[in-house]
Design a binder for this molecule. Structure first.
Ligand code: AMP
Ligand code: MG
Length: 483
């Protein structure tokens, strides 16, 4: 029997109605070479990390992993507001790995070759963007934010042609699932109630098993997904993450962050920050993410209406009530999160203005989002251009006075340490690391960055390069999809 190196596949998605996918094997590549392998994740999944790290063939599609059933998932998506039929054009789901403790994880090759959904695309990916996804997804995990993970990046030994020839690569992505709002949009477009019911049941079983057997499964699913997405967006706002392409096909039903394209972390605090070169209108700007997620979940609710109630008006009423509740639930979640960032446990009437006043000052004085909160720990007034002004000094005094309502101030500092990272993957550091990897084949910079980002809440020296905001000439203004 051939070795499985710990892989234990059970491919439930492949047992769903065929309308939802297309069997599609990855296309072998010329010369697979392991560029990055995630030993810690492999261990967590119960895989034989040492053996698999030596098997680039397994993560390029050249060797069929025993038990896998490669397929491309069908889905639709509102891309910048327009509904399109999409599907995995360059991703191949190998199957679902079951861990010893019963977790089910999708194992997917991104850049694995053409599929029936590739349209004009080549089904491939370039090394730079795959390394970028690896770094940022693992950084998100380090920050304690639900996310897909990255198990391996394999260079495929073939060029991909974009504006210029680039080295090609394949990322092995691990996720709770790849079910997304777009999966439901695709299913709803089939006009087949039985298909929708099957998909609802499948999603509940996979992500919200407590809700299976609920009298109204469609409504239960909407409620659960709303709750998870609120939790997720709140996390993004906590650390200054900008997804960049919050199309409905990139909104998961599990509540994990997925699809790291032109995403970025904000340095200076600014609600309107946009990095993505394709987001000209700022639809997916930092401060728009809660509202756009609500918009995306409204699209999700629409797909569920006919399954919520035979009476359409009644169904619309139920869904509308849920979506109207979004704003107040999100606001409460955001306020609780910001209180944590400022070390506050109790609730005082003035908290909200204390928080928004700080944010206004940060925006006005171009303060660094990450460092400001970290510098506040301990209660000293932060030093630096952004803080040397009367408005900030008076805000600082108000905050210290507010902290007196707290029991033990040491608990506040501890709370702030847990909720404010000392480091984030700053764009200029990510770019430097990718450049060394792409241009010189030097992965030491990426590996150093990854090691630091695995422990982002630990105290760091103020002089630490990962703590420093970019200098004027280091600022990265735009990020690209790399597709
Ligand atoms: P994304 O921007 O990665 O979410 O992709 C949007 C859609 O374009 C998805 O259906 C992808 O599968 C598809 N796509 C992106 N890049 C390629 C490519 N190089 N070849 C084929 N399809 C692609
Ligand atoms: Mg996508």
């Amino acid at each position: 029997m051939s070795p499985t190196y710990g892989f234990q596949f059970d491919n439930s998605y492949a047992r769903l109605p065929e309308a939802l996918f297309s069997l599609s094997a990855p296309q072998p590549v010329a010369k697979p070479d392991m560029v990055l392998f995630n030993h810690a994740l492999a261990d967590e999944l119960g895989l034989d990390a040492d053996a698999l790290a030596q098997q680039p063939d397994w993560f390029s599609g050249n060797t069929e992993i025993p038990g896998s059933t490669p397929l491309a998932q069908a889905y639709a998506g509102h891309q910048f507001g327009n509904l399109t039929m999409l599907g995995d054009g360059r991703a191949i789901l190998l199957g679902e790995h079951l861990t010893e403790d019963g977790r089910r994880r999708d194992i997917q090759l991104k850049g694995g070759g053409r599929t029936p959904f590739s349209r004009g695309g080549d089904g491939r990916a370039a090394l730079g963007p795959m390394l970028r996804e690896y770094v940022i997804s693992e950084a998100m995990h380090g920050l304690g934010i639900p996310t897909s993970r990255s198990l391996a990046v394999v260079a495929n030994g073939e060029p991909v042609y974009r504006d210029q020839p680039l080295p090609g690569a394949i990322l092995t992505r691990v996720a709770a699932s790849h079910l997304r709002v777009g999966t439901f949009q695709y299913a709803a477009a089939q006009q087949d109630p039985a298909l929708m019911d099957t998909l609802i049941d499948y999603t509940l079983h996979r992500h919200y098993p407590d809700q299976q057997g609920n009298d109204n499964p469609a409504l239960a699913l909407l409620d659960a997904v709303i709750a998870e997405q609120i939790a997720l967006v709140t996390h993004w706002m906590r650390v200054g993450f900008i997804h960049g392409v919050l199309n409905t096909d990139n909104v998961t039903l599990s509540g994990e962050t997925i699809d790291y394209g032109p995403c970025a972390f904000m340095d200076r605090y600014d609600q309107d920050t946009v990095f993505s070169s394709i987001d000209r209108q700022g639809r997916y700007a930092f401060g728009n993410q809660p509202a756009i997620t609500q918009w995306n979940l409204t699209r999700f609710a629409e797909t569920l209406l006919s399954r919520m109630d035979d009476d359409v008006d009644r169904a619309i009423e139920m869904a509308t009530e849920r979506l109207k509740g979004w704003s107040s639930t999100y606001d409460a979640s955001w306020l609780a999160m910001m209180r944590n960032k400022l070390g506050l446990t109790g609730e005082q009437a003035e908290d909200e203005s204390l928080i928004t006043d700080l944010l206004s000052l940060m925006q006005l004085h171009k303060a660094d989002y990450t460092n400001t909160f970290r510098l506040l720990i301990g209660g000293q007034q932060p030093q630096g251009q952004a803080y040397n002004n009367d408005a900030f000094a008076s805000w600082h005094a108000r905050w210290l006075a507010r902290l007196e309502h707290e029991g033990n101030v040491d608990d506040s500092w501890a709370r702030m340490r847990q909720n404010n990272p000392a480091i984030i993957p700053r764009n200029h550091q990510v770019e430097k690391a990718l450049q060394a990897a792409e241009e010189d084949g030097d992965l030491s910079v990426v590996n150093r960055l990854l090691a630091a980002l695995s422990d982002p809440y630990a105290d760091r020296d103020a002089e630490d390069p990962y703590v420093q905001p970019p200098k004027e000439d280091e600022v990265v203004c735009a990020t690209f999809c790399g597709t």
